[in-house]
Structure formats: structure tokens, C-alpha cells
Design a protein around this ligand. Structure first.
Ligand SMILES: [Zn+2]
Length: 401
């Protein structure tokens, strides 16, 4: 038995432009930037948001829904700022934008008899850039499948420049990909995400299979450097510099989190019928009981992103995910006959049970508690866990440009 979820994948192609008007793409990207900045500028000037939308759409020298995508993106940035000031107020973009297009409207793809794929990008209204896609055989195969099969659809694409070459990033979506049903899981992988590491514990009804802590101190350090710098910049009112660092920082953190999520899913795949279980962090902002640790995690940590990436990559492998109640997972002793819960059990990364004396890495312990919570909730047998394996650690190696 399976559940179905929607999955999206991005395919990367090089553009072999044959229409002799490559400059149109760069012009369109600059126009996208202008449109984005225009929305932010009018918002700062206090315009009514509906008027901003209408005015900017009318003035944009872009295919209509391409302009609309950029405008939405600018509004998303404004919205994110109002929701949660993690990165500060959105600032004007100085680098050129990727040109984002809807399939069938902003761009089109044509499968030829020789299995090559031709493209037509509407960089500006009625002005097309044409040529042929170049890419690896597996990317071509996935694209072909998406164009021809009923289960798949071709979505938006972005035309951008990378390493000096023009690329097209095409999203394809499988509308009903299958993940195994949660109830059939045999290995429960409890996940505990922190600012500087992620802890994973794989449990079955009969015991612990394995556990691991993946450290990523560089992500934490980079974020802290950024926030300090941002504060200083704001004081000096150097907002342009601020924007430059923000973009670079966000990209770095984003890439690193993707790397972490790949490692995590690779580790999980080795187990028999796994399910990935996270702490449910919804509705926790106001709950004083969970204290500053949780609040900090919710507000300034990459929790949401990392969780999303893992969920997604797991689903591609057919692996389901679930949530459990997060209450006190980090303070509870993992020995099933004890489960003594007290704040004093934990001292940063060290866990020592005040009742039975068990010592552990506190984040690994939290991962175990998450997995146990899922077993309890599913009315499964919960293993005794009288002994635990040594904590294994991986460290994420970062290459920064
Ligand atoms: Zn204990």
C-alpha cells in the first residue's frame, strides 16, 4: 500500500542558441530585476499593494505571466519580511535575475524525431530566442518522459547564466509519486535538528539499529558572522553591502543544507522500510514551556529548510515522513525503564540522567526520543534500550568560494 505525493525535480540544460539574438535574454533578465525592484520601491513609498500589482504589470516589458511571476516573488519577499524578519527587509537586487517562464506561454519545448529537443523562449513579448537544448542523457530522458507521459508535467523554467554559459533549468512534476504507507514502516528514524548539527537514530521494535550525528559548525558560524555583519552594516547604513552579503550568505547556507539533506537520505536508505520522523514544531512560538532552545530553533535556525529538503529527497526514494509531539524530547532519558525527564539532565551537548546515570550525546538522545515517541503513538513495541552504541559523528566539509 502506498500514499501519493507530488514531486518536482529541476533539470539542467545548456542552451545552444541558434537565433542570433542572445542579448535578448540578458535584456529580459535586467527587465526582471527592474520589475522586482519597482515593486519594492513602490512598497516603500507606501503604495496600495493592489495598485502596485496593476501598475507594474502594465509597465513591464515582459511576457505577461513572466512579469507576474517576478511580481509575486517580490511580494513573497515582502511577505516573508512581515512574517519573520530573519534576513531583514528585502532590498533592491543588483545582480541580474533569472528569467522565469511558464511552460507553453513564456517558453516552449519541441521534441524532434531524432530525440533532440528544440526550445523557444519568449524573452520579450513576440521576441523569441531559439535553439537546441544540450544536456546529459539522463536529463534528456527525464525531460522526454515528462513531455510525453500523462503522469508527469513540465512546469516553469529559468533561463540564467552560469559559468559564462546560458542555461535553462526546467522543473518537471510527477503528480502522483508514491511513498510507502506510514503504518508499514519497520525502521523509525528519529531526527533532531539543531543549529550546528543533525542527529539521527534508527530504531526498530527490537532495538537501535544505528545512530549518527552530522556536525555542520560552518553553517552556524557563517550565519553568526552574517548576523553580526548585518547589525554593523545597519548601524553604518550601508544597505547595499548588506544586500550583497545577504545573497551570498543565503546561497551558501542553502547549498550546505542541500548537502546535509543528501547525506541524511543516503544514510536512511540503508535501513529496512524506513520512516523519517521529525518533531512537530507548529504552534510552538508562544509556548513558554519549551523554553528558549525551541524558540531559537524556530526563529533563526535552518530547521524548516532542512526538514523540507529531507522530506522531499526521502519522498523521491519512496520513504514517508511524519511528525511527533516535541515536548521534552531533549530532556528525557532514553532508557525505556527510566525515561526520567528533567531540564538538569542536559548540559548543552552532554546528557546525564539525574535518575539512572545514563550518559549520552544530548542531540542523539533527542533523536532516539523522537523515534520512541512515534513507536508509542503507533502502539508498537518500544525497545528497552539498556545499552546504546557509541555515538558516530560525521562532519560536513564545506567548500566556500
Ligand atoms: Zn535515566
Amino acid at each position: 500500500m502506498t500514499d501519493t505525493v507530488e514531486l518536482t525535480k529541476t533539470l539542467v540544460f545548456q542552451l545552444d542558441i541558434q537565433s542570433d539574438n542572445v542579448e535578448l535574454l540578458e535584456e529580459a533578465r535586467l527587465e526582471c530585476r527592474r520589475v522586482f525592484n519597482e515593486v519594492l520601491r513602490l512598497d516603500r513609498e507606501g503604495w496600495d499593494w493592489d495598485d502596485i500589482d496593476d501598475t507594474v504589470t502594465q509597465n513591464a516589458d515582459l511576457v505577461n505571466n513572466t512579469a507576474q511571476r517576478i511580481i509575486n516573488k517580490a511580494f513573497d519577499a515582502i511577505q516573508a519580511y512581515y512574517d519573520n524578519d530573519d534576513w531583514g527587509r528585502p532590498w533592491y537586487k543588483h545582480e541580474s535575475f533569472p528569467l522565469r517562464m511558464n511552460y507553453g506561454e513564456g517558453y516552449n519545448l519541441f521534441l524532434e524525431d531524432d530525440e533532440s529537443v528544440r526550445f523557444r523562449l519568449s524573452a520579450k513579448p513576440y521576441k523569441h530566442v531559439k535553439g537546441e537544448l544540450r544536456g546529459s542523457p539522463d536529463q534528456h530522458e527525464l525531460l522526454e518522459r515528462a513531455m510525453e507521459s500523462d503522469e508527469w508535467r513540465v512546469g516553469t523554467a529559468e533561463a540564467l547564466v552560469r559559468n559564462g554559459g546560458n542555461e535553462l533549468h526546467v522543473t518537471i512534476t510527477h503528480e502522483s509519486a508514491e511513498v510507502r504507507e506510514k503504518s508499514t514502516a519497520e525502521t523509525v528514524v528519529g531526527v533532531d535538528i539543531n543549529e550546528d548539527c543533525i542527529a539521527l537514530a534508527a530504531l526498530t521494535e527490537s532495538g537501535i539499529e544505528d545512530s549518527i550525528v552530522i556536525d555542520f559548525p560552518e553553517i552556524k558560524a557563517q550565519r553568526h558572522r552574517y548576523f553580526t555583519r548585518r547589525k554593523r552594516m545597519q548601524q553604518a547604513d550601508q544597505t547595499a553591502f548588506n544586500e550583497l552579503f545577504r545573497t551570498k550568505e543565503q546561497r551558501f547556507v542553502h547549498d550546505q543544507l542541500h548537502k546535509v539533506s543528501r547525506l541524511v537520505v543516503r544514510w536512511i536508505q540503508r535501513f529496512e522500510r524506513p520512516i523519517v520522523v521529525f518533531e512537530d514544531l507548529k504552534d510552538m512560538r508562544d509556548d513558554i514551556e519549551y523554553g528558549t532552545r525551541m524558540n531559537r530553533r524556530l526563529h533563526c535556525l535552518p530547521f524548516a529548510h532542512l526538514r523540507k529538503f529531507i522530506t522531499y529527497k526521502a519522498a523521491w526514494c519512496g520513504i514517508p515522513t511524519d511528525d511527533v509531539d516535541p515536548a521534552y524530547t531533549s530532556q528525557r532519558c532514553t532508557r525505556t525503564s527510566c525515561e526520567h525527564t528533567e531540564r538538569a539532565n542536559r548540559n548543552r551537548k552532554r546528557f546525564k540522567c539525574c535518575a539512572c546515570g545514563r550518559q549520552d550525546h544530548s542531540d542523539r538522545g533527542a533523536g532516539i526520543s523522537v523515534a520512541k515517541n512515534w513507536l508509542y503513538r503507533s502502539n508498537r513495541n518500544v525497545p528497552a534500550l539498556n545499552t546504546l552504541p557509541q555515538v558516530r559523528k560525521w562532519k560536513l566539509r564545506c567548500s566556500q568560494e
